[in-house]
Ligand binder design. Structure first.
Ligand code: COA
Length: 260
């Protein structure tokens, strides 16, 4: 169900979630963080959803950060809890068993870039801008930005973005590996939904295996990661979709994957 701060629409097996506070450039307040967490729980549990696209309302912003007005009067304990709340939600997105694409239609700043980075893929409009501007508020990233940017784009980029707070354009974000693709703004939705539909027609259990391997492998040593990969690889041989995919190749036809 759509909520006031988060819209939900299904396009076939692709669920489109839209953060909906355009007058505040879709800033993440507590209500929106909680609505996102609920929406991702629901999308994970709903077998009819095979891929998720996340974006922001309006032409200007994906998400312009955590809600600065809400943060202004927090105590240290409340600040920590706010950070943990955002981190838990974003970890939930990162560990989704189906692919999540961030569609960056404008500013993705602070919590907005953090939200984009916990998604599995990012497609940006050529007009989008990304950054970690918390330093300008006397703050630091609090929803995992220092950790995910470091892992995604390396130490130099993480230090540059977080220390200077200066936003970068989509072309530079692509160069740094922060986004996967940049497309003309007018084509953003079509291109993103095309990719989402492609993922939604792939074998769901294999997609899940890949997401699990990349998540686990990013956080452990090579030996453990390789062990984990072979275990997941072996598990695929228990699926009907693996028999279907390999048979369809041999029979020169298109496979029909069922998620079993
Ligand atoms: N939290 C709360 N409100 C925000 C916000 C945020 N992160 N970002 C924007 N808004 C609000 C503005 O306060 C303004 O509200 P108002 O009309 O009630 O005054 C509205 O969204 C429009 O923003 P505005 O600043 O007027 O738009 P702009 O086009 O002049 O500037 C930005 C756009 C993105 C450059 C600017 O809004 C900005 O710097 N936002 C904060 C980014 C940031 O520091 N994020 C990290 C937070 S930890």
């Amino acid at each position: 169900m759509s909520e006031p701060t988060l819209l939900r629409a299904d396009h076939g097996a692709v669920r489109l979630l839209t953060v909906n506070r355009p007058d505040k450039l879709n800033a993440l307040n507590v209500a929106t963080l909680d609505a996102l967490h609920r929406a991702f729980d629901e999308a994970a549990d709903d077998a009819s959803v095979r891929a998720v696209v996340l974006t922001g309302s309006g032409a200007k912003a994906f998400v312009a950060g955590a809600d600065i007005a809400e943060m202004n009067s927090l105590t240290p304990v409340q600040g920590r809890d706010f950070s943990l709340r955002g981190q838990r939600m974003m970890r939930r997105v990162e560990k989704m068993p189906k692919p999540v694409i961030a569609m960056l239609n404008g500013f993705a700043l602070g919590g907005g870039l953090e939200l984009a980075m916990c998604c599995h893929l990012r497609i940006a409009a050529d007009t989008a801008k990304v950054g970690q501007p918390e330093i300008n508020l006397g703050l630091i990233p609090g929803f995992g930005g220092s950790q995910r940017l470091l892992r995604l784009a390396g130490r130099a980029a993480a230090l540059e973005l977080c220390l200077t707070g200066a936003p970068i354009d989509a072309a530079r974000a692509l160069q740094l590996g922060i986004v996967n693709r940049v497309v003309p703004a007018a084509e953003l939705e079509t291109e993103t939904m095309k990719l989402a539909a492609q993922l939604a027609s792939a074998a769901p259990l294999a997609l899940r295996g890949i997401l699990d391997c990349i998540n686990v492998g990013g956080e452990c040593g090579i030996e453990e990661g390789l062990e984990y990969e072979s275990a997941q690889f072996g598990l695929m041989f228990s699926t009907a979709d693996m028999r279907e995919g390999t048979s369809a190749f041999l029979e020169r036809r298109k496979p029909a994957f069922k998620g079993a």
